[in-house]
Design a protein around this ligand. Structure first.
Ligand code: SAH
Length: 358
């Protein structure tokens, strides 16, 4: 296969500079289609890969919400970007506690990468659930929907605009000799108004807004709930959050296109606005640490440790710390949690009832 770098150079030479959004989109499609990026041998590690407790607690959350909504049957259990299928496998194991939920749910995996679809198939084939794969949330058949997305939205492309004296100008990727470089479209985007100060960067997550809008309309129409976990912030905020990771280390996002993981931080405020305009109710924001603690992660860790060897018990303690601890080495406060439900649901486990005022 031709390296993506060559294809990009040809495209830019022919058509001129491309937007950051298109650059991210081409890189990410290539990246996810050609590898399993997760785990210690890959480029990054996610919460479900750290401990089974993560997926199990999300399973309990789903069952409790489903139960509280009057046990709608049949229903759709949906995951966006399921990676290796680990979260879903752990969630499914937890559903043994509530056989009626297991009986009611068909499972829908929204995944574009053929390589990861294969991994998911292998991880989930013996679960006893009926499994279907889709390229896009819009393809999931209607019905009450219980959806989870962990580290999915950070992997969707964004547009970037840079504040200049002229206004907000879109950031582009162009060529200087053989090298890819960042540049700016000379004309500003009038719809964005005037930047407060030159050099500010505004990120516009159009693809994420479309997905949340679709999810919100579904749960508003058919009932259900969606749980979104990701690293990010409650905007508005200005800054360039585009980053590339390869082998667990930051690299220049333009140097190895399609060979490094590209992400941006998720602006949960924008997602909440998209959900509210789709007539759904928003719950949160909470930090991952507070959310998992509210769902009882410490009790679950103690139960697992009671049946563990000393080495396994030490692993469980390390995982608990990594998932819940705040600060630069933990995921506890960098990662955030938001839920989107049918308007009639006024509370969900582990999250504040009302969204912070915008
Ligand atoms: N949720 C998993 C994996 C996170 S990595 C975990 O927590 O471990 C991001 C996942 O989203 C991968 O499975 C990737 O292939 C998938 N993905 C990325 N962009 C996508 C898109 N546009 N549509 C569907 N899936 C996508």
């Amino acid at each position: 296969m031709k390296p993506l770098r060559d294809t990009l150079r040809e495209t830019i030479a022919l058509e001129g500079p491309i937007t950051v959004e298109r650059y991210m989109s081409l890189c990410l499609r290539h990246y996810y289609a050609t590898r399993d990026p997760l785990g210690s041998a890959g480029d990054f590690t996610t919460a479900p890969e750290i401990s089974q407790m993560f997926g199990e607690l999300i399973g309990l959350w789903m069952m409790e919400v489903w139960n509280g909504m009057g046990r709608p049957a049949p229903c759709r259990l949906v995951e966006l970007g399921p990676g290796r299928g680990t979260l879903m496998a752990d969630l499914m194991r937890a559903t043994r506690l509530l056989p009626d939920f297991k009986g009611a749910a068909t499972v829908h995996l929204v995944e574009t990468s053929p390589a990861l679809r294969q991994k998911q198939q292998a991880a989930l084939a013996s679960s006893g659930f009926s499994l279907q794969w889709h390229d896009y949330i819009g393809e999931v058949p209607p019905g009450p929907t219980f959806l989870v997305a962990n580290e999915f939205f950070d992997a969707l492309p964004v547009r970037q605009f840079v504040g200049t004296e002229r206004g907000w100008c879109e950031r582009l990727v162009g060529l200087e000799g053989e090298h890819l470089i960042f540049g700016l479209r000379p004309e500003p985007e009038p719809a964005l108004g005037n930047p407060l100060k030159p050099g500010d960067v505004l990120e516009w997550p159009g693809a994420s807004i479309d997905v949340v809008d679709e999810v919100a309309r579904r749960v508003a129409r058919d009932t259900g709930a969606a749980l979104i976990l990701d690293y990010g912030y409650w905007g508005p905020a200005f800054g360039d959050t585009l980053q590339a990771l390869k082998g667990h280390r930051p690299v220049d996002p333009l140097v190895e296109p399609g060979e490094a993981d590209l992400t941006t931080h998720v602006d949960f405020h924008r997602l909440a606005q998209a959900a509210a305009s789709g007539n759904a109710r928003v719950h949160g924001l909470s930090t991952q640490g507070a959310f998992l603690q509210a769902l009882g992660i410490e009790t679950r860790a103690s139960a697992l440790k009671a049946r563990a060897t000393p080495a396994q018990a030490a692993d469980i303690d390390r995982a608990l710390e990594r998932l819940t601890e705040c600060g630069p080495t933990g995921m506890g406060d960098l990662f955030k949690v938001l839920a989107v439900t049918h308007e009639r649901i006024d509370a969900v486990p582990g999250l504040p009832a009302l969204s912070p005022s915008s």
